[in-house]
Design a protein around this ligand. Structure first.
Ligand code: ZN
Length: 128
């Protein structure tokens, strides 16, 4: 008896599976099965991956400033260089020169965003 034609579940392939022994077979090949798993995990972790990229990008921009010895700059200027404020994780309080301030940390860089002047102020960095 002929079995109905199945199609590979890998959305990048969808080739008909002509020769299958088990009716449970979903993919035309092992590589399609792996590829589909990879794509599914990528989709499931989209927000984490995006946030991770954002953090790296933010660090790169901040580190470039710190390296150049510039510890205060307009937020709008940093955004032009790729800084993404929406990817910042939770801030916490730091004691900076006796003042409690709301700071973000990415790796070795501790910085704050002054809500009045809209400036980013780098308080700590491996370059400072
Ligand atoms: Zn396939």
């Amino acid at each position: 008896m002929r079995r109905p034609t199945k199609y590979c579940k890998n959305i990048e392939c969808e080739e008909p599976i002509t020769d299958y022994k088990s009716s449970k077979k979903l993919y035309c090949s092992e590589s399609c099965r792996n590829r589909n798993g990879y794509l599914r995990r990528l989709e499931e972790n989209k927000e984490f991956i995006e946030n991770d990229k954002g953090q790296k990008q933010n660090y790169t921009v901040l580190n470039r400033y710190a390296e150049a010895g510039i510890y205060s700059e307009d937020l709008s200027k940093l955004i032009k260089f790729g800084f993404q404020p929406k990817q910042l994780l939770v801030s916490r309080f730091f004691n900076i020169d006796g003042r409690e301030c709301h700071c973000y940390t990415i790796k070795d860089i501790v910085f704050e965003i002054d809500s009045i002047t809209k400036k980013i102020i780098i308080h700590k960095s491996k370059h400072k």
